[in-house]
Design a protein around this ligand. Structure first.
Ligand SMILES: *[C@@H]1O[C@H](CO)[C@@H](O)[C@H](O)[C@H]1NC(C)=O
Ligand SMILES: *[C@@H]1O[C@H](CO)[C@@H](O)[C@H](O)[C@H]1NC(C)=O
Ligand SMILES: *[C@@H]1O[C@H](CO)[C@@H](O)[C@H](O)[C@H]1NC(C)=O
Length: 672
């Protein structure tokens, strides 16, 4: 049994020996090696006797194939072919074997660990580019309130990655240049107890030094030392005499008088003492950003034609700082004015800024502007930046301006004989641009009522005879023209009427006008009156003519004249009953400031039952009526029977004369 066990052991040992793991080789390569390559690293313990076979290098990913390592088979050296970067890979695990061509392992595997030795090639980085920390009042001095963080890619635990923090600069250096302290290893930021040191008092005592007689201690007498710590504005270190800031809040502009007592004998009873005073003025820092009193301004309406320079609005900003220099402000239009249509105007120390128009507005281009005005301190601001109150928004609404209508003349004049009858056209008022929107005309102050204007055409006529006007006088009325579509748009012009002497009375050259008949009480009949004929030798004798009755009140009362068309008018009785007789009716015919006076003779007679002029039977001629014909016949027969001979003798005595033509509808012609 024992022999068998031994045999087994003897058999196993030679089998296990070639697989025994050789001790690991450890090699260090400097990172970023700047010398020549290949760089020989270490000699491999290849067996001398094995001259056949080839050295095979294998290892973790990245090494096999084109890896940076190789073996010089002649010299048996492991070598590296290029520079290594520790931050890319810090360590490599390699194996070296000696193999036959059919991959039979003759020697190895020999493990090799290659470590890349760090070089300080990594820059430390803060965890953030900017840190923001808010400190509350009463933050304790020397106690860290914030820890900065930074990292370094170099090998941890080595000097290459051992970081230290320093404060390079404090801006602003107010109220002291070293307000903060930074623990260099941990990056712990704290308020520095020194930057709060206000003053240091020191008393001298001529007694023997280092004896109680010269042991001076200090006490703060004023302000009240008995206040609880959180209400004390200043603290005094009794042994050093250093005065530091307390927890209580100070106001810029405050003046505080510190009274310090110095007592020897270490402050015990019987010590000698003296006092000193330290006046402290609390200065201001620019820790308040200016703010607008109103950040939303009511929309401002500006007419499109507002002139450059027009004041749009005034904005007011305030700054809570005390120091005048910290209250100086700068204003700018931050948004909404890309075209530079507006400008700002201010006195540096006033806090008022005027927003003015710099260029013409255009409703079509920009009907409204939304401007953002921003205010900033001239001096650099300390502490938190400006809040929302530092901007104000102004909305400017542009009002469309439509030009008022324009007339073809700025003022109008006409010369008119005072005898001009009612209804005469004087002139026509027109818009300057015939294509502009239609106008409505009216007379503003025609106090005499002499004139009238056609609302749409603008024709100015005499409304009535110009009674009361004197030759040489002037009469001025205002004409108003409104845009028919937009009645708020209007314009006005003056019309000056120069009165001239009345035209000469009707000329005797006027052809006598035949008289005509009209019967009364009034029937449906009238007399047609015509203007001058076109073939008359008068210049401009082509209508339209205006017809008017003469100014005589009786004529005006008894007669009516109505235009039929441009060349004819119709004359009728004005009253129900007009005295039957011959009437001469004066009528003025006018055209283009020319006037013709005509007299129309009308015989007014009584109406018979048929509504025609009643006439004496015996005076008639031509067609008799039926009744008179029968009467004449009977009378004639009786006369024949009684006075036959007498009749024959006196037959011619029965003839009577006749009066006139009964026709009443033949137009009268006027010839001047
Ligand atoms: C601004 O408007 C005025 C009046 O309307 C005009 O005379 C002037 O030429 C305009 N200016 C510009 C720069 O358009
Ligand atoms: C009408 O107004 C104009 C302009 O105000 C004035 O010149 C004119 O005298 C006035 N005419 C009358 C009749 O009041
Ligand atoms: C005007 O009216 C008169 C009478 O009715 C007539 O004879 C004449 O032809 C008319 N003229 C025109 C231009 O219509």
């Amino acid at each position: 049994m024992v022999a068998a066990w031994l045999w087994l052991l003897c058999f196993l040992v030679p089998q296990a020996l070639p697989r025994a793991q050789p001790a690991e080789l450890y090699v260090e390569v400097p990172e970023n090696y700047g010398g020549n390559f290949p760089l020989y690293l270490t000699k491999l313990p290849l067996p001398r006797e094995e001259t056949e076979g080839q050295v095979v290098l294998s290892g973790d990913a990245g090494v096999a194939g084109e890896g940076p390592f190789a073996v010089d088979p002649e010299a048996g050296f492991l070598l590296v072919t290029r520079a290594l970067d520790r931050e890319e890979q810090a360590e490599y695990q390699l194996q070296v074997t000696l193999e036959t061509e059919d991959r039979h392992v003759l020697w190895g595997p020999q493990p090799v660990r290659v470590r890349v030795k760090d070089e300080n090639d990594q820059v430390p980085h803060f965890s953030q580019a900017t840190y923001k920390v808010q400190l509350s009042r009463g933050t304790r001095l020397g106690v860290p309130f914030f820890f900065l963080e930074a990292s370094d890619g170099d090998e941890p635990g080595t000097a290459n990655s051992d970081l230290r923090f320093h404060i390079l600069n404090q801006a602003p250096a107010q109220p002291a240049s070293d307000m903060f302290q930074l623990e260099p290893r941990l990056g712990a930021l704290a308020l520095s107890p020194e930057g709060t040191k206000v003053a240091k008092v020191s008393a001298e005592d001529a007694d023997a030094p280092s004896s109680p007689n010269s042991h001076v201690v200090y006490q703060l007498l004023s302000p009240e030392p008995e206040e609880p710590a959180e209400l004390r504005a200043f603290e005094l270190d009794s042994s050093s005499g250093s005065v530091t800031l307390g927890a209580a809040q100070l106001q810029a502009g405050q003046n505080i008088l510190l009274q310090v007592l110095a007592v020897d004998l270490g402050g015990t009873d019987g010590g000698l003492s003296s006092t000193c005073e330290i006046p402290v003025t609390i200065t201001d820092i620019n820790d308040h950003a200016p703010e607008f009193t109103a950040s939303q301004i009511e929309p401002v309406s500006l007419p499109e034609d507002a002139e450059p320079g027009t004041l749009v609005t005034t904005l007011t900003a305030t700054d809570a700082d005390l120091e005048p220099a910290f209250r100086l402000m700068d204003f700018a239009i931050e948004a909404g004015d890309e075209e530079g249509t507006f400008s700002l105007d201010w006195e540096p120390d006033s806090g008022h800024v005027q927003l003015r128009l710099l260029k013409n507005l255009s409703y079509e281009a920009v009907p409204s502007h939304r401007l953002v005005v921003v205010v900033r301190n001239v001096e650099e601001l300390v502490g938190p930046g400006p809040g929302p109150g530092a901007t104000a928004t102004v909305t400017v609404l542009v009002e469309r301006v439509v030009p008022p209508p324009q007339l073809d003349q700025e003022s109008y004049e006409a010369s008119v004989p005072i005898s001009t009858p009612a209804g005469s056209l004087l002139l026509t008022v027109q818009p300057s641009d015939p294509l502009s929107s239609p106008l409505r005309f009216s007379l503003v102050n025609d106090s005499e009522g002499w004139l009238c204007i056609k609302e749409i055409s603008g024709e100015v006529h005499t409304a009535r005879p110009l009674q009361g006007a004197q030759p040489g006088d002037m009469y001025t009325v205002l004409i108003e023209a409104q845009d028919a579509d937009e009645p708020t748009l209007s314009t006005s012009a003056t019309l000056v009427i120069h009165f001239l002497k009345a035209l000469p009375a009707p000329t005797p050259t006027l052809a006598p006008v035949p008289s005509r008949h009209l019967c009364t009480p009034r029937q449906d009949h009238g007399v047609v009156v015509s203007g001058p004929r076109e073939d008359s030798d008068l210049a401009g004798g082509h209508g339209p003519f205006s017809f008017a009755l003469g100014p005589n009140p009786t004529v005006q009362r008894d007669w009516r004249l109505r235009a039929l068309n441009g060349s004819h008018a119709y004359l009728t009785l004005g009253l129900h009953w007009v005295e039957p007789r011959e009437h001469v009716v004066p009528i003025a015919v006018s055209h283009d400031n020319q006037i013709w006076h005509i007299q129309v003779r009308v015989i007014v007679c009584r109406c018979n039952v048929e509504g025609q002029c009643m006439r004496k039977v015996g005076r008639m001629k031509g067609m008799p009526t039926k009744l008179s014909a029968v009467g004449i016949l009977v009378g004639t027969l009786i006369a024949i029977g009684i006075f036959l001979i007498l009749i024959f003798t006196h037959l011619t005595l029965a003839r009577k004369k006749d009066l006139d033509q009964p026709v009443d509808s033949v137009p009268l012609k006027v010839a001047v």
